[in-house]
Design a protein around this ligand. Structure first.
Ligand code: GDP
Length: 310
């Protein structure tokens, strides 16, 4: 099938990464959010792909929750994500998409895994029980992409970002990830003149990547990455939660009291991921310094409060 339009289709376009791709404004791009199309419905999916006729796809759509939602809705999250992914990749194949990038997350790696997490270890053991259904559904993206490459030569690739943060994140203080939760909690502590309470000891280490970097890497990968095996998107820089707290407090001009709540869990001490494949392919990529990314996120949060997802 020939296609002169060279259209890029982004699914899941209303989420955090989709919004970052919109900010980069690549030419000839069609954005689809959940309200535009339910990808779990194959007939509709096929029809819309047939109308748009994309040559390239960035597939971001997924059904995801925090640790609570992922545990309770293990079956539903498995079913929805498998359907969304199977349908999207099949519809893409049927209209002759030349390149498709889909996304996983480092949280779907085996619970017992060597560190740093490496692309080759993705299937070497069951995921953490708290995201059983979600993780196995997501792993199938890699399986489907690889099987399609083998049978039909589809150039379908998979990116695995580490913890993404930035504008349009989910800022719920009970159920959100650490970065958006800290920002929202400092906001409330300032507003109410209360202590700012951080979970755990502050000692654990985590990696973070600013969402605009992920958008840039997604567009780069479409043009430059063709391996069967996934590629991890990380700078490889770890930061302690305590240092992160200091940076967020500084970005928000918070001078109040910071307390560490030892009744809350630390989680894993560290779970670094291996950025060496990305480094090999794209040695000159410059990640947004975390201070800058936090400041941009904080500015966005303050400009958009209370209409942020929370
Ligand atoms: P994890 O990487 O899967 O453990 O996910 P999180 O982003 O939820 O937590 C990362 C680390 O931040 C853990 O050590 C938490 O104890 C710590 N942390 C400190 N304060 C908070 C908070 O307010 N919310 C969350 N989610 N984590 C926090």
């Amino acid at each position: 099938m020939t296609n002169q339009n060279n259209i890029l289709l982004v699914t899941g376009a209303d989420g955090m990464v989709g919004s970052a791709i919109r900010r980069l404004d690549p030419p000839n791009t069609v954005y689809l959010g959940h309200k535009d199309l339910d990808l779990a419905d194959f007939e509709k999916c096929k029809k819309v792909f047939g109308e748009i006729k994309p040559t390239r796809v960035i597939h971001l759509a997924a059904v995801v929750g925090g640790i609570g939602g992922n545990t309770i809705h293990s079956g539903e999250f498995f079913r929805q994500n498998v359907m969304i992914n199977v349908n999207t990749l099949e519809a893409a194949r049927l209209v002759g998409v030349k390149k498709l990038l889909s996304f996983m997350s480092t949280c779907i790696f085996p619970a017992q895994c060597d560190y740093p997490l490496n692309e080759k270890d993705l299937h070497k053991g069951p995921p953490h029980p708290s995201n059983f259904g979600y993780a196995y559904a997501k792993r199938m993206l890699e399986v489907q992409s690889s099987a399609y490459r083998k049978e039909w030569g589809c150039d379908f690739i998979v990116g695995i970002p580490t913890n993404i943060y930035g504008p349009n994140d989910y800022f719920n203080i009970e159920d959100g990830h650490v970065m958006p939760s800290l920002i929202h909690k400092i906001y409330l502590a300032k507003k109410n003149g209360t202590d700012f309470s951080v979970w755990g000891s502050g000692q654990p280490l985590r990696e973070f990547v600013y969402v605009d970097d992920i958008a840039k890497l997604a567009l780069w990968a479409l043009n430059n990455y063709t391996e069967d095996s996934p590629i991890i998107f990380t700078s490889g820089n770890e930061i302690s939660i305590k240092d992160l707290v200091g940076l967020v407090a500084k970005a928000m001009n918070f001078t109040g009291n910071i307390v560490y709540d030892s009744t809350k869990p630390d989680g894993q001490f560290r779970k670094p991921s291996d950025g060496s494949k990305l480094k090999k392919y794209y040695p000159d990529f410059v990640f947004t310094p975390i201070e800058d990314g936090i400041q941009k996120t904080v500015d966005w949060f303050l400009a958009n409060y209370p209409n942020v997802r929370k």
